[in-house]
Design a protein around this ligand. Structure first.
Ligand code: N01
Length: 531
């Protein structure tokens, strides 16, 4: 007989851990499974040099434990990966959450028994659990992507993907290192790798927008001020577009005078990082507004790079600013001023193949390397779910249901897959907002629903097909009303050959989305069938 539980939770990252806490509070029994040997999700795996968060630490933290908000001391404005991992480990300990999970274990399948509305969940460790509900907290950026470059296995040196970095670290000192990829992971790691390596060659396919983090140690006074205003920070974050307590300028870009505009950009530049793309409310919807932001950025960045020819290669010309996630860096552009750092622009000179001695370019050059770092990203948003065989009504798999792109109602439910929920994934703000608050928002909403189902004596809940159709259409329309579809981003699946081009997150903003799902709950869960 398989073990019987109320809820299976897949993943012990921020979302899955909070889900375990909340389900336990509801009095439900939980069986959780986590691929890693411990808690932390992306923060467990992404241990590459320079890994740190691009949301301020005070905001990128759980809001459910008010005592913890006051007790925990963040040491820097933007926390490093080790500090975030310490935090999540502390939360697991404090709330005794590890006991709900089996670690080092991946869920391989979940199969619905339509008659009994129970899910049979199987793991690679041979466990079989039967559950009423399944919650996926598998992460949007957890399925690493290695490019299909000829000869990749022939390399004689060591190679690493940033998202699966060795726990013991890697000593790169004195070595010839190549980094492939200039997204967040590449751009964060490049200055740190340059500080160690004898030679660093960066293989760039697309130039990227990056903004200095303006990171700094937090003083006791800083922390005291943040803690005193925590409630207000959270309130503003819940109203905001991105889940941080920062609002866009009250005027549209071109309504502001040139002086006001410059002052606003300057202020956001100083704040650092991704929120630069939301300085003005129309920056991601109006090309002329976006150009203003891009010009200011370009002026700042060109001033950092000594060689104008190198600068030319590092300035993106193929997408509006903010339509790929803006990177938050620490000395990235100035790194190219160092004599031992070289940029290869793959647009002009693509990789031919990887050889034992290094990377061969199309023009015949062999860049000799001891180490290759692949900062080549993830099969984002759907990749981790795709690895699991999820079979719903009529034997239809989730992979089949999502063959043309993810289809959800509110990002929460899928027709044909009753009692199955996805935490902070496609169809919700997720990667466009503060993922910890997104995970809490979804979990709280689901907990409210499960409480109502219990009170009403229901066996389950399922999104209706027409509600899914309408939500998919709304997400598409909202995305097409912005500039976000103008970039070949992982938001659109463009980084994975053959992946359908669908803008996967809900682009309308964290606050707007929160209102929508609250209204649905208040209406008696319109769009869902209570079973
Ligand atoms: O991955 P990416 P990432 N040959 O997909 C290049 C979050 N994150 O791990 O742009 C050569 O962004 C690819 O080139 P192109 C954050 O949300 C956050 O860096 O496709 N190059 C690109 O340059 C982020 O957006 C933090 O042309 C190839 C790079 O590899 C997301 O995770 C830190 C290639 C991949 O960039 C993903 O970031 C880290 C090929 N065949 C990550 N294939 C912070 O909190 C791909 N590339 C700060």
């Amino acid at each position: 007989m398989p073990e019987q539980v109320d809820v299976v939770i897949v993943g012990a990252g921020f979302s899955g851990l909070y889900a375990a806490y909340r389900m336990r509070e509801l009095g439900l029994s939980v069986a959780g499974f986590e691929r890693g040997a411990d808690v932390g999700g992306v923060w467990y795996w992404n241990r590459y040099p320079g890994a740190r968060c691009d949301v301020e630490s005070v905001d990128y933290s759980y809001s459910f434990d008010k005592d913890l908000e006051q007790e925990w001391d963040w040491s820097e404005k933007y926390a490093t990966q080790p500090e975030i991992l310490r935090y999540v480990e502390h939360v697991a300990q404090r709330h005794d959450l590890r006991r709900h999970f089996t670690f080092g274990t991946s869920v391989v399948s979940a199969e619905l028994d339509e008659e009994r509305l129970r899910w049979t969940v199987r793991t690679d460790g041979g466990q079989v659990v039967e559950a009423r509900y399944v919650l996926f907290g598998v992460g949007c950026l957890s399925s690493t992507h290695l490019p299909e470059i000829e000869g990749i296995a022939d390399f004689a040196g060591a190679s690493y993907h940033t998202g699966e970095w060795p726990h013991e670290g890697v000593d790169l000192s004195g070595l010839r290192v190549g980094v492939v990829g200039t997204g967040s992971s590449g751009i964060q790691s490049i200055p740190e790798i340059a500080a160690q390596a004898a030679q660093l060659t960066v293989f760039q396919r697309s130039a990227n927008y990056s903004i200095p983090a303006g990171n700094k140690p937090l003083s006791d006074e800083d922390r005291a001020a943040q803690k005193a205003e925590y409630a207000e920070r959270r309130r503003l974050a819940r109203l905001s577009g991105g889940g941080s307590p920062h609002m866009a300028h009250p005027l549209k870009t071109l309504e502001a005078s040139p002086e006001e505009r410059r002052a606003a950009f300057e202020e956001r530049w100083e704040l650092g990082g991704v929120l630069y793309s939301k300085t003005f409310p129309d920056q991601l919807t109006d090309r002329a507004a976006n150009d203003e932001a891009r010009r200011f950025w370009e002026e700042k960045v060109r001033a950092e790079i000594a060689d104008p020819a190198v600068a030319e290669q590092l300035i993106p010309a193929d997408h509006p600013i903010g339509t790929k996630r803006i990177v938050t860096d620490d000395g990235y552009f100035a790194t190219y001023n160092r004599d031992h750092v070289h940029l290869v622009n793959l647009r002009g000179n693509p990789v031919e193949r990887v050889e034992a001695a290094g990377i061969r370019l199309s023009d015949g050059t062999l860049v000799e390397l001891d180490v290759i770092v692949y900062a080549t990203g993830f099969d984002a948003m759907t990749g981790s779910l795709d690895r699991i065989s999820v079979t719903g009504r009529g034997g239809r798999t989730l992979k089949e249901a999502w063959a043309a792109g993810p289809r959800t109602y509110l990002g929460l439910g899928v027709d044909g897959f009753p009692n199955l929920f996805n935490l902070a994934g496609p169809g919700s703000p997720s990667v466009l907002a503060n993922m910890i608050l997104c995970g809490e928002q979804h979990t709280d909403w689901i907990a409210g629903l499960l409480g109502q189902l219990r009170e009403g004596g229901y066996a389950g809940v399922e999104a209706r097909a027409d509600a899914v159709d309408a939500w998919v259409e709304e997400c598409r329309e909202r995305a097409e009303g912005t500039l976000m579809t103008a970039a070949n981003s992982w938001y659109l699946g463009a980084n994975i050959p053959g992946k359908p081009r669908v803008f996967m997150p809900f682009v309308g903003g964290f606050g707007v989305y929160g209102d929508i799902i609250e209204k649905v709950a208040a209406s008696g869960y319109q769009g869902f069938e209570l079973l």
